[in-house]
Design a protein around this ligand. Structure first.
Ligand code: CO
Length: 217
């Protein structure tokens, strides 16, 4: 059997098992999705969002990319964010990084001429390194340097989320969502919280939107 055929077979088994336990499972799920969480995670196959938090289908709206980045000009991530916040009205956003992230490791290495696009995507992580260069360079091993940048990258993405108009408007109007920055350890399967931002977060004025004249409110 080819590897992809195994996936299709496993899918049949999964569907049958779900129906056996709960005959209305798919009918119910097909009606509507009301997830409480948006998850922005790394594409790494070892960090499957639903599995590591024991979530069921319908519970988490998910966006994953290399090194779990929220980039203010990336329409893919922004449209996921807008839909999650304005339509699904999610209550929490979780940016989840993971130790030993290949993307972060690559960002701490020289640029690869064979991976022009990936280099560009990782440029934002390199900038975060530049902001914290002294702290990271002082660490005694590559592993520690990568893992500290993993943490700083998560914190940076949460800050970037707070700087978007989508989040600031939702904070202003609905006092949600709460923004969380978590890091996952591949070695023990545990999550740790690094940062939490609530709707009353005092942002630097240069990142603040002025909604005073906002007629949409
Ligand atoms: Co990764």
């Amino acid at each position: 059997m080819k590897s992809f055929e195994k996936l299709l077979l496993e899918n049949k088994a999964w569907s049958a098992e779900k129906k056996a336990v709960d005959p209305e499972f798919f009918e119910r799920l097909a009606q509507v999705q009301t997830p409480e969480f948006l998850w922005i995670g790394c594409s790494d196959s070892r960090v499957p969002a639903e599995i590591i938090v024991n979530a069921k289908p319908g519970e988490i709206f998910i966006h994953r990319n290399i090194a779990n980045q929220m980039i203010a000009t990336d329409f893919n991530c922004l449209s996921v964010l807008q839909y999650a916040v304005d339509v699904l009205q999610i209550k929490h956003i979780i940016v989840c990084g993971h130790y030993n992230c290949g993307g972060v490791k690559a960002a701490l290495s020289m640029q690869s001429p064979d991976l022009m696009l990936t280099n560009k995507w990782l440029m934002h992580v390199k900038q975060t390194y530049r902001f914290h260069k002294d702290e990271i360079d002082a660490l005694p091993s590559e592993n520690l340097r990568v893992n500290r940048l993993v943490e700083l990258n998560v914190i940076e993405q949460v800050q970037i989320l707070a700087h978007t108009s989508i989040i600031q408007r939702a904070w202003n109007k609905h006092q949600r969502p709460v923004l969380h920055g978590w890091v996952y350890s591949l070695s023990d399967g545990l999550l740790n919280s690094l940062i939490t931002l609530y709707s009353d977060t005092d942002l630097d004025p240069v990142f603040k939107y002025n909604f005073q004249n906002d007629l949409v409110q």
